[in-house]
Design a protein around this ligand. Sequence first.
Ligand SMILES: CC(=O)SCCNC(=O)CCNC(=O)[C@H](O)C(C)(C)COP(=O)(O)OP(=O)(O)OC[C@H]1O[C@@H](n2cnc3c(N)ncnc32)[C@H](O)[C@@H]1OP(=O)(O)O
Length: 431
Amino acid sequence: METEVRPPRRDEMAAYYRVLPFANGLPKWEPEDAAWHGGPEPWPPQPAPLSAGRLEELADADTRDRSFHPVAAFVDGRCVGASATLSFEVTVPGGGTVRMAGVTATGVTATHRRHGHLREMMRAMFRGALERGEPLAMLSASEGGIYGRFGFSPATYRTRWELARHEATLRPTAPDPGTLELVDAAHAKGAWPRVHAAVRAHRVGELSPHPTRWDGLSDEPDGTNGPLRYLVHRDQHGDVDGIANFRLPWSPTADHAGTLVVEALEATNPVAYRALWALLTDFDLTKRIVAPGRPRDEPLRWMLTNPRAMRVTRQTDNLWARLLDVPQALTQRSYATPGALRFTIDDDEMCPANNGTWHLRADDATATCVPTNDTADLTLTLPALSSLYLGGMSAHHFAHAGHITPHTDGALGQLARMFRTDPEPHNSFAF
Ligand SMILES: CC(=O)SCCNC(=O)CCNC(=O)[C@H](O)C(C)(C)COP(=O)(O)OP(=O)(O)OC[C@H]1O[C@@H](n2cnc3c(N)ncnc32)[C@H](O)[C@@H]1OP(=O)(O)O
C-alpha cells in the first residue's frame, strides 16, 4: 500500500471534492440556518451531491484562486483525504494584520479514517503556510475533540441572542443626523466591502474577505425563509456607514411566527450601529428579534433600558487558532501594556521550531521575541498560547486548567495584562 500526501492535480480535483461532505450529499456538520435562527427545525435539509459539471466549474474557480491551497491524501493512487488552506489576513491587537492560513473543507473517506491521513495533510498544510510566510493557522471545528492535538485552540466565540420586541426599549440619545434606507442586493453588494473594511481595521479577529464574499447576496426568496432584506445607514454626508442583512422567515408554529432574524450587521460608528438596531428591534408585525453569529460583547445590550432583556440562547467557540511560528506571530501583534516575559513551550511536536524558551519584550510601538537561555517565568502549552493570541481568553483560566505553569510571582498577571484585548476579538464570517 502506497500513501502519498500532495496537492491534487487539476485532473484529480473531482475525486478530491468527492471526499468532502459538501460535495457528495452528506449532512452538513454545522446546524446553520434553522438552529442558528432559533426556529423549530434543528438541522438544514441534506444537500444533493454536486453534479460532475458543477465539480468541474468548482475546480476551474479553485484553480484560478491564488489564495486556495489544496492538499490531498492518496492511497495506491486513489484520493481518500482532502483539505485546503485559504490565505487570509486577520486583524490582531493593535490594529495590524497578520497573514493567516485558514484550514477549510476537510474530510477523509469513511473507510480510511483513523489511519493518520488528516495528521499528514495537516503537516503538509503547516509546511506550506510557513513557506508562504503565514505564521498563524485558524479553522472552525466540526467537532471540538479533533483539533487540539494539532495545536489548535478556541480564540473567538460567537453568540446567538434573542430579544422580545416589547422589551427592546433603547435608552434615549441625541437625534441621528443620518438616514436609513432599504436597498436591494445590488446596492448591498456595493456597500458591504466598504463597511467591512472600516470595521475590520478596528475589530481584532476580523478577516480580509475573499473576493467572492458577497456574491451570493440576492433578492430571491430562500424557500420558506423568504428573501434577505438589506438596510443601510448613511451619515449626514450621505456616505454609507452601516449595513444589516435581515429576514422575516415563515414559521410552521405560532411560537416562532413574527421573528425577525438579523443575519449580519456591521457599522463603522456607534450612531449608525444604534440606528440600525433601533429600526430592526421595533419592526412592525414582529414579536421577537433573533441575531445569530454575534460578538459575545454586543454593545446593544448597554443601549437597552433593560440589559437583561437580551437573552443569549446559544454560544460556541468560533475561530480556533494555532501559532505556526511563535516569534513571527508574537512580534506582529501589539500588547495592552508594555512588559517583558520569558516563557517556555515544550509540547509542539508538529512545528518543533516553536519549542524552547523565548524572551518576549513589548513597548508601546514594537515587540521582540527571541530565544533565551535564561530561566522562564512560565511554561505554556502551544494551544494555550494560541488561544491567548487574539486577546479574547483569560490566562488565569488556562492556568487553572493546567495549561500554564507560572514559575515566578506576578508572571501570570503580567501575561494576562499584556495579551488581553477589549473589545473581545470577533469574526463575522466563517470560511
Ligand atoms: C476544519 C474543518 O473542515 S472541520 C470538518 C472536518 N470534517 C469532518 O468532520 C468530516 C467527517 N470526518 C472525517 O472526514 C475525518 O474523521 C476527519 C477529517 C475529521 C479525521 O480524519 P482522519 O484521517 O481519520 O484523522 P487521523 O487519522 O489523522 O487522526 C488524527 C488524530 O485525530 C483523532 N480524531 C480524528 N477524528 C476524530 C474525531 N472525529 N473525534 C475525535 N478524535 C478524532 C484520531 O483518533 C487521531 O488521534 P491520535 O493522534 O491520538 O491517534
